[in-house]
Design a protein around this ligand. Structure first.
Ligand code: TLP
Length: 343
């Protein structure tokens, strides 16, 4: 099977497993796991933040960030199609107890003036706006990279109104590699960020939150309360350390493979792909009304290629560590032949 459903499907390599097996561990709830401590320090340094915290998933990392930035009844400005709104089970409402003020975006990219317009005026009728939330790269947008100048502009709007800025950087390393910036540059304008070890970095488990030391101290308390305090988590952290050392620069290959897939598919009359929009490791394929995303996915699955329907007229292909150039060539051939059979 050529699995293009997500970059979460990667399996740990033998070398990563060896590093995990050899990791010194301790009880992380007591702060005594040397490998977790090493990973948290390394992540803080890479992103130029004071501290970082390991979590079991990106969803928990995001929810901890929301919970730590806000109090019940606050409002958070976010794009309409961000993961925190669409794909986290409505947790913002019942964990942090916040409402999301959703603004429009173009392929996931919001405008600074729309952020400014969404900030609530002080009024007894209004929830207090507390936080601005961005997603880089943007998943539903198709792996879109936020231009750094825009992140800075939005952070100025946030600061002018006394708001914090958070980046859901589940795929921030893809953004950094694609824009040839350091990860720290990509998040310098934000107060806090989350990122995933379990996506393009190829780890089996894990995500992280990073930010000021007092923020991370508070997030650590919420993580424990939500059942995310792990014990000998150095086993997981070791994979993270391995990945940060070995799996960042190679994301270029994932981006090249996504472009290759898109190039080979884009001329088919039943699909719409704008090559300029293939920026990182995702290809969003718009489909002609005659093609149902579920049928296309089922037809490809029968021939050994997996990908996900992503809305009523789209499918999403994601490249990753376990996809070689040859897999991209083979997968595109199979998808083209299934499309041909649907004409
Ligand atoms: N994204 C998954 C699915 O949930 C859609 C995927 O396959 O892309 N932020 C962003 C931007 C994400 O894309 C995801 C996962 C998360 C947070 C949550 O991470 P996990 O799955 O570790 O909870």
């Amino acid at each position: 099977m050529i699995d293009l459903r997500s970059d979460t499907v990667t399996r740990p390599s033998d070398q990563m497993r060896a590093r995990m097996a050899a990791a010194p561990v301790g009880d992380d709830v007591y702060g005594e796991d040397p490998t977790v401590n090493a990973l948290e320090s390394a992540a803080a340094e890479i992103f130029g933040k004071e501290a970082a915290l390991l979590t079991p998933s990106g969803t928990m990392a995001n929810q901890l960030a929301l919970k730590t930035h806000t109090i019940v009844g606050d409002e958070v400005i976010a794009g309409r199609d961000m993961h925190v709104f669409l794909s986290e089970g409505g947790a913002a409402a019942f964990i942090a107890g916040v409402s999301l003020n959703l603004i429009n975006s173009e392929r996931g990219i919001v405008k600074a003036q729309d952020v400014a317009a969404a900030v609530r005026a002080e009024d007894i009728h209004h929830p207090p706006t507390r936080l601005v939330w961005l997603e880089n790269t943007h998943n539903r947008g198709g792996g879109t990279v936020y231009p750094l100048s825009l992140v800075r502009e939005i952070s100025e709007v946030a600061r002018a109104h006394g708001l914090a800025l958070h980046i859901d950087g589940a795929r921030i390393f893809n953004a950094a590699v694609a824009s040839r910036r350091s990860p720290a540059e990509c998040v310098a304008a934000a107060d806090t960020l989350t990122f995933c070890l379990s996506k393009g970095l190829g780890c089996p488990i894990g995500s992280m939150v990073a930010g000021p030391a007092d923020f991370i101290k508070e997030a650590r308390r919420w993580r424990k309360a939500l059942g995310g305090g792990m014990r000998q988590a150095g086993i997981i952290a070791a994979a993270g350390l391995w990945a940060l050392e070995h799996n960042v620069d190679r994301m270029e290959e994932d981006h090249a493979n996504a472009r290759l897939l898109a190039e080979r598919l884009c001329d088919h009359p039943l699909v719409r792909i704008d090559m300029r929009q293939v920026e990182t490791n995702m290809v969003m394929i718009g489909l002609d009304a005659r093609v149902s995303p579920a049928e296309l996915a089922a037809g490809a699955r029968a021939e050994g290629v997996l990908f996900l329907p992503f809305g009523p007229e789209r499918v999403r292909l994601v490249t990753h560590l376990d996809i070689e150039r040859q897999d991209a060539v083979e997968a595109s051939g199979i998808i083209l032949s299934v499309l041909d059979s649907m004409r």
